[in-house]
Design a binder for this molecule. Structure first.
Ligand code: 13P
Ligand code: SF4
Length: 371
């Protein structure tokens, strides 16, 4: 089965299923796009994909929609139909800034909720409501209210990978691009030296190793990044001498200790673009390498592949259906939305670094208090 087309030999392809055909007009309108995915889509597969791509582009224009595509989307979405691409922070900023009346979130549910919180007057669509996140599923608003009672006077800095309800109980949100900055900012504002960081235990531990603050952490994990380990890095280095290893800060601390670079998905892309290392391994979700390989032809990508099953629920076919049927509309209760917006806007008001923030590697682990 092709990761991009999601086709099975016993089924019609997704274009045929929707009555979309590869005729001369579609061929002409899409032929300039094929080179952007040539490495991943064979010439035989293209006639099955092109009508869908063409259909999405037509529907986007009809609806006045923009597609916000996370760095983990498959390359057909990322390169051919995404209007804005980036990490969680960049997509949130884009959702707040766009004039388009319709936003299609090519990402997971918490990202769509963030867009709705920041742009309540817009219609926000997610192509598959089941596109969740193991971190977001690990904690509820009621949990945060209990945490607040147990640690009065300690600010709560919440990763955006959470529900709107959890954000509504928080003092500031953060992403992997600004987690250290947000924790230090909220501690300064509250005049304290301790910060509660929820729900990602590893992100919290990695922040703890990069700041003088004491960190209190929840035991949530990203199911994609928790499976990498420092031992994997030793094995990769032994098998590929000279390789540059880049890791996302949702990885366990022993990974960040051994990696050559750690930062958000966009910080990783920036590093590869700027430094052009000869050979790299990205310890993050699979599609990242595919998405940035085309822009970095001199770089060899080794691809240990950990798929995020939630991100992979989003396909070109269900983006087409979402735009055709204006589904699935993401709503956030107004009381929750207003409180969540406050926490997100506290993050968006942080000074913007000129370069993507990075985590220092080689830092020894620091103890954190676990909730
Ligand atoms: P970024 O903010 O780095 O894009 O990460 C989002 C995410 O879900 C990573 O697993
Ligand atoms: Fe959530 Fe991990 Fe998937 Fe990101 S990669 S959406 S943190 S499960």
């Amino acid at each position: 089965m092709s990761l991009i087309l999601g086709t099975r030999p016993d089924r019609l392809n997704p274009s045929d299923e929707r009555g979309l055909v590869y005729d001369d007009a579609v061929r002409q309108r899409t032929e300039a796009l094929y080179p952007l995915v040539r490495d991943l889509v064979t010439p035989m597969e293209w006639p099955a994909l092109a009508p869908l791509i063409d259909g999405v582009r037509r529907l986007k224009a009809e609806r006045g929609a923009v597609i916000l595509a996370h760095n983990y989307m498959t390359p057909d979405i990322f390169r051919l139909i995404g209007d804005f691409r980036g990490d969680s922070l960049q997509l949130a900023m884009e959702a707040a800034a766009t004039d388009a009346p319709v936003i299609v979130q090519a990402g997971v549910h918490f990202m769509a909720e963030t867009s709705k919180i920041l742009s309540p007057e817009k219609t926000v669509l997610i192509p598959d409501m089941r596109a969740g996140c193991s971190l977001a599923a690990s904690i509820t608003g009621a949990d945060v209210r209990l945490i607040r009672q147990a640690w009065p006077g300690v600010p709560i800095c919440t990763y955006v990978n959470t529900s709107a309800e959890v954000k509504a109980e928080s003092d500031i949100t953060c992403t992997s691009s600004n987690a250290i900055q947000a924790a230090e900012h909220i501690a300064r504002e509250w005049g304290v030296k301790r910060v509660i960081m929820i729900p990602d235990e590893f992100l919290a531990r990695n922040v703890a190793a990069n700041t003088d603050l004491s960190i209190i952490a929840w035991r949530g994990r990203c199911e994609v990044h928790e499976s990498f380990s420092g031992r994997d890095i030793a094995e990769i280095r032994a098998a590929h001498p000279g390789v540059t290893i880049l890791a996302h800060p949702e990885c366990p601390p022993d990974v960040l200790e051994e990696a050559d670079f750690a930062g958000s998905t966009s910080a990783i892309a920036h590093f590869v673009r700027e430094r052009s290392p000869r050979k790299v391994v990205l310890l993050t979700e699979c599609s990242m390498s595919d998405n940035i390989a085309a822009d970095n032809p001199g770089v060899e990508f080794l691809k240990p592949c950990n798929l995020c099953p939630h991100m992979k629920r989003i396909t070109v076919a269900n983006i087409y259906d979402a735009l055709r049927d204006m589904k699935h509309v993401v709503e956030v209760d107004e009381d929750i939305r207003i409180r969540a917006q406050r926490a997100i806007e506290a993050m968006l008001a942080l000074p913007r670094p000129t370069r993507p923030a990075t985590f220092l590697r080689g830092r020894p682990p620091v103890p954190v208090e676990l909730i």
